[in-house]
Design a protein around this ligand. Structure first.
Ligand SMILES: C[S@@+](CC[C@H](N)C(=O)[O-])C[C@H]1O[C@@H](n2cnc3c(N)ncnc32)[C@H](O)[C@@H]1O
Length: 340
């Protein structure tokens, strides 16, 4: 499947002088090194949205090794139907069409512009899968039930619509990740059961996807939060900011502080949730300054103690279960929820 058909232009940080140091170099087929970059194992950003004074990447062609790994986890067989959430360039829809036949592939993206570009590229490659514009959280009821669902954009919850639109014993592969704390996530591979339930293990994933947008014109990132430093408390802590970035622990912290937004700085690490915030120094002895109704760092410290007592689990020891009423992340077995 020729990748260049799907990526006639993109941005990449090459280390050379970039026209725009925030976005990287803009490559087109005329740019020296274009084909080398297209056929390298790199994520190539194809769209930015200016938001809060910063260009946020809102679409890309994912690194081929990660695409391959997710497709392997999806475990498709001849005759199966697939819903992809996150059409982007259309390249992954092309790969799925090549494997299964385009009539068995549906791909949906929230951005009509991207879908309009992906269609002709897929046709040029010889494929006519069903493409749709919409919020992937809703799935695509018109095409359900599917044997498989793959989301190539990160969601912080598994939408129940997906579970309802995938056949029993079907598989959902998704990047489960929270926009406010991007390294807190992992790939999730769930098997759908009867009664609108799904459950499965998390799989380590060193790089995460961009977070799902809720509106086409805004990136899927958390909005900046202002911090009021007029009244605050301080103390020493034995849990430093960097330890909270270990993937297994970060995942547990996110489960216990669901609205968490993290701001890693050069000398400090700040977390915010609602009206509460905590800022820890990144040097020993670690000082924490905090304010608001909840001592957020105390939650981090408790979670850290629980995580250590549990053997410092990596993300592969976690899993997720979805039912019509609730969903929860667990350690080892569904009866050990992470959030208490
Ligand atoms: C990493 S790109 C997908 C790459 C794509 N699979 C490919 O092969 O080029 C993520 C895509 O998800 C889309 N997206 C973001 N939020 C979404 C949502 N709520 N529903 C559907 N698509 C969404 C973005 O517009 C973006 O195109």
């Amino acid at each position: 499947m020729p990748r260049h058909l799907f990526i006639p232009d993109f941005y990449l940080h090459t280390g050379m002088d970039a026209e725009d140091e925030r976005k990287g170099t803009h490559f087109t087929p005329e740019t020296p090194g274009y084909l080398d970059a297209v056929y390298s194992d790199q994520t190539l950003v194809t769209q930015f949205i200016e938001y809060n004074g910063w260009p946020w990447p809102t679409s890309s062609s994912t690194a081929p090794s990660l695409m391959l790994r997710m497709l392997q986890d999806l475990h498709v067989h001849d005759g199966m139907t697939v819903l992809e959430v996150g059409t982007g360039t259309g390249y992954n829809a092309g790969l799925l069409s090549q494997r299964l036949g385009a009539d068995r592939v549906t791909s949906i993206d929230i951005d009509p512009e991207l879908v309009a570009l992906a269609g002709p590229r897929l046709q040029e490659a010889g494929f006519h899968p069903t493409l749709a514009v919409g919020d992937g959280r809703n799935g695509f009821p018109e095409g359900a039930p599917f044997d498989r669902l793959i989301a190539t954009v990160a969601f912080d919850q598994i939408p129940l619509n997906w579970v309802q639109q995938v056949k029993p014993k079907g598989v959902i592969v998704c990047d489960l990740r929270h926009g406010g704390a991007p390294w807190s996530g992992a790939l999730a591979k769930l098997e759908v059961g009867g009664d609108q339930t799904a459950s499965g293990n998390l799989l380590a994933c060193p790089v995460g996807f961009m977070s799902a947008r809720t509106q086409v014109g805004t990136p899927g990132t958390s909005s900046a939060v202002s911090i009021d430093k007029t009244t605050c408390h301080g103390r020493e802590t034995r849990v430093g900011g960097s330890s909270a970035m270990s993937p297994g622990l970060a995942l547990s912290i996110w489960q216990r502080i669901p609205n968490l937004v993290v701001y890693p700085g050069e000398d400090t690490f700040t977390i915010v949730s609602g009206d509460s915030w905590a800022e820890v120094s990144l040097h020993e002895p670690t000082q924490v300054t905090y304010s608001g109704p909840e001592d957020l760092w105390a939650v981090v410290e408790e979670t850290h103690a629980w995580w250590r007592a549990s053997g410092q689990p990596e993300v592969q020891r976690y899993g997720i279960t979805v039912t019509p009423d609730r969903q929860w992340v667990w350690l080892d077995t569904p009866d050990r929820p992470v959030a208490v």
